[in-house]
Write a protein that binds this ligand. Sequence first.
Ligand code: ZN
Length: 256
Amino acid sequence: MPDGRADADAETAIRRDLAAAYRLIALFGMDDGIYTHISARLPDAGDGGHRFLLNPFGLRFDEVTAANLVTVDQDGTVVDDPYGAGVNAAGFTIHSAVHMARPDALCVLHTHTVAGVAVSSVEEGLLPLNQWSAQFHDRVAFHDYEGIALDLSERERLIADLGDRQVMILRNHGMLTCGRSVAEATKLALNLERSCKAQVAALSMGLTPRRLAPALAAHTAGQYAAFYDATEASGDDPEWRAHLRLLDARCPDYKS
Ligand SMILES: [Zn+2]
């Protein structure tokens, strides 16, 4: 039997973290109106069913709170909707596919940012030009654009392309990260965004880009991965706590 109280505590924490992720993405200018989503898996309710949290359709990311997140099943069917606006079920199909194919993906975060879309629009993708981007060296999956993702059969191709990676460039479209926690998916997205902005800036100077040697970039990526692993294993994340304090100072209603 699942521990009901522990599950309730876990859901409270996931709701707070997911609302925080929406607010951080908005605060850092990485949102796209009411589009794109961040989803999180809830603990099994004891009936073997899958439940996920998603933003209410039509709300800006800066309007999302822990309490107004919508609970849906793996098909995007609404299970609980305190706000009453439903969800963008079509937008959830990619998220659902990733959650179902990757048990380690507690959170799936998708963005359309100018820098991310720019990097997704060039053949080379993300280059190992600096410490930020080195963490993603040889760890990024690619998925070719097929139009707005309404075709359910695309899910199979997307999952095959993602494989066991945590970061995917959706070519000509945007970025996707998945994490073992909401914090991890969000930190990856923020670092990815900085990497894309730095690449756009570096390649706009008309000077010669200086790529890191592959072995050095791989070494750095391994260092980052070990750090992420240690953070997830410890259950304590000082960087995430710092982000939550930022939200407490700027928009404390996120957790209400
Ligand atoms: Zn998209």
